[in-house]
Design a protein around this ligand. Sequence first.
Ligand SMILES: [Ca+2]
Ligand SMILES: [Ca+2]
Length: 472
Amino acid sequence: MDDQNDQTGILNNPGILTPNLDRLSKKGTIFTHAYCSAPSCGPSRASLLSGLFPSTTGVYYNSQPGNGEQSALSGAVTLPRLFKDQGYITGLFGKVFHEENRPKIYEAMCTPGFFSPHTGFWANAPDTSVVHFTDFRYEGGSNFVWGAVPDEWENDEHKLIDTENSDKVIACLEKKLDHPFFMALGLLRPHLPWIVPKRFYELYPLDSIKIPGGYLPNDLDDLPECAKWMALEVPGDNLGVSNLQTVITGAHKWKEAIQAYQASTAYSDFQLGRVLDALDKSAYATNTIVILCGDNGYHVGEKDHWTKFGLWEKSNKVPLIISVPGSKQCVYTSPVSLVDLYPTIISLTGIKPPRQKLEGLDLSHLLKNSDGIRGMPVLSTYGFGCHSLRNEKYRYIRYRNGDEELYDHLQDPYEWNNLATDSSYNYVKREMIKYLPVINEPETDHGSNLGWDVSVFERGYVYDNKKQLRVK
Ligand SMILES: [Ca+2]
Ligand SMILES: [Ca+2]
């Protein structure tokens, strides 16, 4: 699920309807504190699918290829390639890798007839002039739009792309397959644009929508300048958005945007349910491992920030469920990483490992023992030298210029109180710093569409009283 944050039923959010995530979680282990390696689609997926950290590969941004068939991943064998090379039927449907419109890459990794490349966020989306969409427009990001389409369109030529790709996976599960299979379905929603059938919007009447509990006015006051810049300027790949919170609240669209995001989660969950139904009815019901995950977290106003592209809890926390046939329901609460999936899948399937040295940890022993220990803080990275570490109690953030944040999650789950300048916590910082990556590949390509000025951390910035950044 693309851009699915922790606003799900499985992560204890009353009123958020994800019946199919709930259903899957009853047949496996739910990881209540799972985090991406990078709070952005491309580098997160590159890390998950290669088993390597962004700081090792240098794949930090969406503009960089992250599919393993190109040089940016240093020839790492990606998960689908690993299974294909060892005789599995291998299928990729929708947004699995981030790059759009690269059918040749999917073709190279997949069994003929078992793929449907990522064709972009607007694929199959209706003309916005045809149906009623929000009147919110933001020139900084054409994706930032939402609206409902008629329910009946789902059954005819107006099928949305996630419905269409789910149909393709269902059709594969109805086939008699003469080899074991590895299949990945990349659902686009709840990524923008939030275009889903009307009935999903109707689940959340506008007057039921609440401002997020994690929002605190003036939350940024105790942050270093780099963090303020990251919160307000969104060094964000494809949006180029500046101070989106002010724009959205100024247009009185905060609750409407949250409604659209929640409706998109519900739609994506519905597609998951259709695939799970097909699996349950198939010949593979009792011998298939199912893994459900997001690729990055998502802010809807917390820290005056929208989307992902940050090093806080909200940007990095994702849903993760691993369901192995015959396993019982289990809840694991210590932090784990999506980079752990590669070694875990190897362990669960018995497939031979790739040539690259995997950097995640095998979680398979935790599936039966919720008291087991992963043993290391989880690393998330956004940009060269900008890291975040999360253990059971603390989140420590360190930017490339040395700026820091530290939060005590037992006392402060929303990360409101930055403890980094309190010397009584120096021992915590010293312990965390040991786990920062030793290798930090340079930013070989920070891309023309990033809006990310690589020198921002070195130059030093100040804010004026309108929260606009000015060079010192
Ligand atoms: Ca994403
Ligand atoms: Ca604060």
